[in-house]
Design a protein around this ligand. Structure first.
Ligand code: NAP
Length: 284
């Protein structure tokens, strides 16, 4: 099996490294070509000059780009090179509707499509321990499983195309709530003059312990907000969640509050910081 990787950002570059480690990576492409050139040399794989050129070399094409319109753009550019029988797997976080739109495009080339968003952060991407939630045919998933296993510690088939993204939306709403709880609680600790390193240590070992506190607690309280997960990307995800909830006739108050606060931080120039930059507002 030969895989190609499109979108070599904070997540994609590390995921591509793990696919290469498993001996399955043939080629890489990135919008900013220099990034792909450097990674292709590091991993000793081919540098593709277009998404179509990459697709020509791969049985499995993996994508991990920022947002819905970015994914639709790379899919259109890839289609001329896509062979019948190949499999396109998207790891970006986009709407379930976009996943279904992409599937129609990919099927027009007699290729298969899986929406396979990931969770576990940059750390999970580096360590090959991502959780992957998959929508699409189980046969295609089984065919491509060795590639996904190179990047993950857990893969769950959720249903038809779109079900992976629907599950990821659940994840993103939960992350918003966790971000709210952790940043608010730590700001409350700071206001009381507590030693926050000790707070993070002891609280993290009890019932309130969680991934975000463990991975971002110390950095945020020392004023470092290097991504990680860019706040502007989570803002994009939560807008998708809100649209989905509206269709379901549901209110998502925590999501709404987080969107409002992220919008303020983006206006203040913090959109490229990690989502833990929410702590800035809680300290005010
Ligand atoms: P990132 O570091 O900002 O990387 C974004 C990647 O998408 C870059 O390779 C960028 O290319 C490419 N891209 C953006 N717009 C494009 C376009 N119009 N055409 C082609 N390529 C384009 O973001 P990331 O953190 O890796 O996130 C990527 C996806 O994974 C997002 O959907 C995000 O929501 C999701 N995700 C992120 C995390 C996390 O913790 N970071 C966790 C789970 C899921 P350039 O190099 O040219 O800019």
């Amino acid at each position: 099996m030969k895989a190609g990787f499109i979108g070599l950002g904070a997540m994609g570059s590390n995921m591509a490294r793990n696919v290469a480690k498993a001996g399955l990576l043939k080629a890489v492409w990135n919008r900013t070509a220099l990034v792909a050139e450097v990674l292709s040399q590091e991993l000793n794989v081919n540098f593709a000059s277009t998404p179509a050129e990459l697709a020509l070399q791969a049985d499995v094409v993996l994508t991990c780009v920022s947002a819905d319109e970015d994914l639709l753009g790379v899919i259109d550019a890839m289609l001329p090179g896509l062979s019948p029988g190949s499999i396109v797997i998207d790891h970006s976080t986009v709407s379930a509707d976009t996943a279904r739109e992409v599937a129609v495009k990919v099927h027009s080339r007699n290729a298969a499509f899986l929406d396979a968003p990931v969770s576990g952060g940059v750390e999970g991407a580096k360590n090959g321990t991502l959780a992957i939630m998959v929508g699409g045919s189980i046969e295609s998933l089984n065919q491509a499983k060795t590639v996904l296993e190179a990047m993950s510690s857990r893969i769950v088939h959720m249903g038809d195309v779109g079900a992976g993204q629907a599950t990821k939306a659940v994840n993103q709403i939960m992350c918003a709530g966790i971000n709210q709880a952790v940043t608010e609680a730590l700001a409350f600790g700071a206001a009381q003059g507590l030693d926050l390193e000790k707070v993070i240590d002891i609280v993290g070992k009890g019932a309130a312990g969680n991934w975000f506190l463990d991975k971002r607690g110390s950095s945020m309280t020392s004023g470092t907000f290097t991504p990680g997960f860019k706040l502007a990307l989570h803002h994009k995800d939560l807008k998708i969640c809100l649209e989905m909830a509206e269709k379901l006739g549901m209110d998502l108050p925590i999501t709404q509050m987080t969107l409002h606060e992220y919008a303020q931080l983006i206006r203040e120039g913090y959109g490229d910081e990690d989502i833990s930059a929410l702590y800035r507002l809680k300290l005010k």
